[in-house]
Write a protein that binds this ligand. Structure first.
Ligand code: DQA
Length: 142
């Protein structure tokens, strides 16, 4: 099982940015947590973070035929990016959308998710545990 975890803009600022929404764990903490979990489950994992929409599209395209699942937190691009949606549809790899905060209870402009249209599941409001849940869903179907 090979899983690609993609984090979009400002997720490199975890631990610094709005801790009330995103908690105190840093991006490096998140990377370590995911790597340890995947190691314990014998899952090959690669992590990618970018603040640039095109770089995220490139990474999704590169995943074609190379990964069995994608976990993506597109950050603010969730609410704007048809390009990321189209990239996910192009590669047709089972994808889970993750949001650290509970976007449902936040601003109106966060209620739209374009990427969701290409995802098999959405996990939100579970903090960074949401990434682990997404990996388990893709690897075990639960
Ligand atoms: C986020 C929610 C988005 O609305 C926001 O723009 C982010 C992070 C989350 O993880 O809760 O950057 O995707």
């Amino acid at each position: 099982m090979k899983i690609l975890v993609i984090n979009g803009p400002n997720l490199n600022m975890l631990g610094i940015r709005e801790p009330a929404h995103y908690g105190k764990e840093t991006y490096d903490d998140l990377v370590t947590k995911i790597q340890n979990h995947c190691k314990s489950k014998d899952i090959f994992v690669e992590l990618f973070q970018s603040n640039h929409e095109g770089a995220i599209v490139d990474e999704i395209q590169k995943a074609y035929k190379n990964f069995d699942g994608i976990v993506i937190n597109p950050g603010a691009y969730t609410h704007t990016s048809i390009a990321i949606l189209d990239a996910l549809k192009s590669v047709n790899i089972p994808t889970v959308e993750v949001h650290i905060s509970n976007v449902k209870e936040r601003e109106e402009f966060r209620q739209i998710s374009y990427v969701r249209l290409a995802c098999v599941k959405t996990i939100m409001g579970h903090g960074t545990d949401g990434y682990i849940e997404a990996i388990d869903f893709l690897s075990e179907g639960k």
